[in-house]
Design a binder for this molecule. Sequence first.
Ligand code: HEC
Length: 224
Amino acid sequence: MWDGRKDTLEEQALGPMESAAEMNLDMEQLPIILGNIPGYAVLFKEAFPNQSDPISAKNVAKAIATFERTVVSGEAPFDRWIKGDEAALSDEEKQGFIVFNSKGGCAGCHSGWAFSDSSFHDIGLSSEDIGRGKLLPKIEKMQFAFKTVGLRNIALRAPYMHDGSIETLEGVVDHYNSKFIRRPSLSDEIEPLNLTNEEKKQLVAFLKTLTSPDEGVSVPVLPR
Ligand code: HEC
């Protein structure tokens, strides 16, 4: 099933098909708005020299993608464990990894090095935003579907979900355990987990091992 995925960061940033839902305005208006901010005119000229029209939608996409490539996370305790350092994780955290892959069913979507399948799913949040459904109105499973979020540095990113509706990782685990909304678009992979309190604690402990001790991303000061 085609879920409207775009492969490169540039394509994702540009998103011409969904411009109404992107940056909350028509993509054609964006260069005009930016061009009226003197600080941006200078910065775009510097970043894209020798171009007659440096503030274009294409260059905006390039600039955003270039920033996104600086958002990287370093080695986390989990990575040291995978490399063979048995002492990098506690027994509770290791048990949590087992729950993540088995009873919790998390790895079905949070897979690979970034813990994301880069695909879109409805996980039953109560937000009224139909997400990917705006782009693919006829595909039932894309209603209320959002892109699987990678889980690296997750402990530093509360509140959780696209609408920030879940405050804590414990709350996230409770959501998947039983609190999701049932509707036709709900992913087939979301079902009651019947986790014990111990398993819930193990899962949260594991999620915290994905956080690297690096500095994080500094937010640039933007021209206004
Ligand atoms: C059916 C696919 C799927 C499964 C299974 C799944 N997730 Fe998710 N997960 C998602 C999607 C999609 C999002 C983003 C939802 C949104 O923002 O609307 C998400 C978001 C999250 C977030 C919040 C990320 C953030 O930065 O806000 C955490 C934490 C998380 N999942 C952990 C888990 C855990 C733990 C499990 C197993 C108990 C799990 N997920 C199972 C698809 C899935």
